[in-house]
Design a protein. Structure first.
Length: 98
């Protein structure tokens, strides 16, 4: 599909680009080439290819969940700058239910 200079100017206007005449011709050729390639891909028979989300085998990036003893509150809070009654103490962010 060959684009016209007017179509390139419209695309440039949508993208808020100020193009010189040389740039318009360059983009007309490049965009036309891209559209021709996309049209060629439309003609490829993919009827025998099952849909897939990825060509890579499925694998989990998460570690296996292993049951362990929970951490003691003293261990969890040992680096906390402020604590109260075995809990993290943080500054008030909102007051009066705001």
């Amino acid at each position: 599909m060959q684009l016209t200079i007017q179509e390139v100017e419209h695309i440039a206007e949508l993208a808020k680009l100020d193009l010189s005449d040389e740039e318009k011709e360059q983009y007309r050729e490049q965009l036309s080439s891209i559209l021709a390639y996309a049209a060629m891909l439309q003609n490829v028979d993919t009827g025998d290819i099952p849909p897939t989300a990825s060509v890579l085998p499925e694998r989990s990036v998460l570690r296996a969940d292993v049951v362990q003893e929970p951490l003691r509150p003293e261990t969890v809070l040992q680096n906390a700058p402020h604590q109260k009654e075995q809990q993290f103490k943080v500054p008030i962010v909102m007051e009066n239910g705001q």
